[in-house]
Design a binder for this molecule. Structure first.
Ligand SMILES: NC(=O)C1=CN([C@@H]2O[C@H](COP(=O)(O)OP(=O)(O)OC[C@H]3O[C@@H](n4cnc5c(N)ncnc54)[C@H](OP(=O)(O)O)[C@@H]3O)[C@@H](O)[C@H]2O)[C@@H](O)CC1
Ligand SMILES: Nc1ncnc2c1ncn2[C@@H]1O[C@H](COP(=O)(O)OP(=O)(O)O)[C@@H](O)[C@H]1O
Ligand SMILES: [K+]
Length: 518
């Protein structure tokens, strides 16, 4: 599992480590690690020139020392000191090291054109403008230099891409767009959350000897090697009932295919037994595609409610199906609720519940439950001026959710007590009292109709086997995403193919776990 820690945790761990170490040792380790990564990238690309963008804090200090190492190794190195105070405005020890190594030092006072030319010549750019002490956004002089970076240069962000909110809660358009981020000690929330993940690029963690293992993480991400420990594997004493029966309330005369996708996914994920509650057309299709499924209501260990459910339909079959859906939501059994089922969510549910909206569904649900737009989510550290200018009392929109996915997912989790799995390129899993989980395993090809129905089938299977909602949701998102990546293999995919890819994917992930060292 990748664990990201808050800035406060990192500062405390840094202080504890510094108390035990000689002055400057942590920064020396950070700079050495940074220079090693930079050297590896320059070796790969055949690059020879390095430019460091240096801000006022210790992030600039790391950068100055790293550039000094690179100059000593023979690379042509320059730095641009961004503070208006010039040489007096940056880390003194770092500047001394850079001077001593023969690094060319440029000041902002030289003017934007001259500096843009310096930056444009770099094969590798070290972004040391700000780190965890930074406020979101770039100042104009920094933004101009960042714009001047050559498209082919490797942009290496020091600790985090400058301009991003270190907590990863507020999005920021004006930030460095890194090819790679070298972070120290532990990842920070921004590296794993939607607001910062894309600008972070590849994430490399350098060990500098700070201790955070015992401290709760702010954000977690399950990795392939976590699957074996979490995935329900049957034992000798199991039967189909003890493994977990899933009741799938899905499919309608209007959207029959969703039931096939959900049922196929559950069967492929190895559900003990599947009961389908649907109207005649989806029942007929599922009979063909998933002969293992049993039709009709009955005893189950968990429910999956919603794929292709038509809550507007009024014929007798649909009404009977909707009655089962409402009864499932009113029961004390675990439920995963998706698509049409979300329209039936009325508020808090005490039993284990996973809601799996995309941004538009989350917006509609929050609006219906009485939340309004025009303010940021409860989890947001700052409020965006654009959002504040909106009139209070208007409906929450999908754009509101996209601007602050974590804040809105937290709001729904607080309103319903449920685990909220917010779908997107990075899928968030939010449960009150737990570290946020963030999974980014899928290729963009997964953004295709029906993909969500497959996810519901997987998460339902995991709930039926007894997994906690937080684990079922994150593990389901991981397996869904990894399967999509394998099925896509760089090209288009269809939802049914993802469903059919689950079995070999889970088998291979379990085999990895068996061969991994204990
Ligand atoms: N923690 C650890 O274990 C270790 C941490 N290490 C390193 O220290 C870094 C943290 O250093 P830090 O605390 O000095 O803060 P940092 O990120 O350099 O920025 C603060 C400065 O930037 C300025 N500023 C703020 N916002 C701005 C903006 N938008 N645009 C422009 N300027 C802005 C602000 O000045 P102000 O404008 O407020 O006068 C202030 O002076 C950390 O990320 C890591 O790299 C390593 O050495 C090893 C061990
Ligand atoms: N850009 C993207 N990159 C990777 N995965 C994505 C992207 N956009 C959406 N997804 C994933 O694709 C799936 C789409 O599900 P959903 O929107 O519910 O589709 P449907 O309702 O048609 O089944 C979700 O699992 C979501 O996380
Ligand atoms: K930085």
């Amino acid at each position: 599992m990748i664990r990201a820690h808050s800035v406060e945790t990192v500062r405390a761990a840094e202080a504890a480590a510094m108390a035990e170490l000689p002055e400057g040792e942590l920064m020396a380790r950070a700079a050495r690690g940074l220079a090693d990564v930079a050297t590896a990238r320059l070796t790969d690309s055949g690059g020879t020139t390095v430019v460091g963008l240096v801000g006022a804090g210790d992030n600039g200090g790391d950068t100055l020392y790293a550039v000094a190492h690179l100059a000593e190794a023979g690379y042509a190195c320059a730095v641009v000191l961004l503070p208006a105070a010039g040489r007096d405005g940056v880390h003194a020890g770092g500047l001394e090291a850079a001077d001593g190594a023969g690094v060319m030092v440029h000041l902002v006072a030289e003017g934007p054109e001259a500096l843009a030319q310096v930056v444009a010549e770099a094969d590798l750019v070290l972004d040391g403008i700000v780190g965890i002490g930074g406020r979101p956004g770039l100042r104009p002089e920094a933004a101009r230099l960042v714009d001047a970076v050559d498209d082919d240069a490797w942009v290496l962000a020091v600790d985090l891409a400058s301009g991003l909110d270190p907590a990863g809660e507020s999005g920021e358009d004006d930030a460095v767009w890194a090819d790679e981020t070298v972070t120290f000690g532990t990842p920070k929330p921004v590296h794993l959350l939607p607001a910062g993940e894309a600008a972070t690029g590849r994430l490399t963690v350098v060990d500098i000897g700070i201790e955070v293992d015992e401290v709760p993480a702010a954000v977690e991400r399950l990795e392939w090697d976590d699957v074996a420990a979490l995935w329900p594997v049957p034992g000798r004493g199991d039967d189909k009932y003890s493994r977990g029966v899933l009741g799938l309330v899905a499919g309608s005369e209007a959207y029959p295919g969703a039931a096939v996708l959900g049922a196929t996914a559950a069967a492929e994920a190895g559900v003990g037994m599947l009961r389908l509650v649907a109207t005649p057309t989806p029942v007929g299709l599922v009979h063909q595609a998933v002969p293992e499924a049993v039709v009709g209501d009955g005893r189950v260990q968990a429910w999956a409610v919603g794929p292709g459910l038509d809550t507007e339909a009024t014929d007798a079959d649909a009404v009977a199906q909707l009655d089962v859906a409402r009864a499932a939501l009113g029961s004390e059994l675990p439920v995963v609720v998706d698509a049409g089922g979300l329209a039936l969510v009325a508020g808090r549910r005490e039993a284990p519940t996973v809601l799996t909206p995309h941004a538009g569904e989350l917006a509609r649900l929050l609006t219906r439950l009485g939340t309004t737009g025009g303010q940021r989510g409860s989890g947001s550290a700052s409020s965006s001026p654009a959002a504040d200018e909106l009139p209070a009392g208007r409906p929450v929109t999908a754009d509101d959710v996209r601007a602050d996915p974590l804040g809105h997912a937290r709001r729904l989790a607080a309103l319903t007590g449920a685990t909220v799995l917010l779908k997107g390129a990075t899928t968030l899993v939010v449960t009150e009292g737990h570290a946020v989980r963030s999974q980014a395993d899928a290729p963009p090809w997964l953004a295709t109709a029906g993909a969500g129905d497959v996810l519901t089938g997987i998460v339902g299977t995991l709930l039926a086997s007894g997994l906690e909602p937080h684990d079922a949701a994150a593990l389901g998102a991981l397996v869904h995403g990894v399967t999509a990546d394998r099925v896509s293999n760089g090209g288009p995919l269809r939802a049914l193919a993802v469903a059919h890819g689950i079995r070999p994917t889970v088998r291979d992930l379990l085999a990895r776990g068996r061969s991994a060292p204990a």
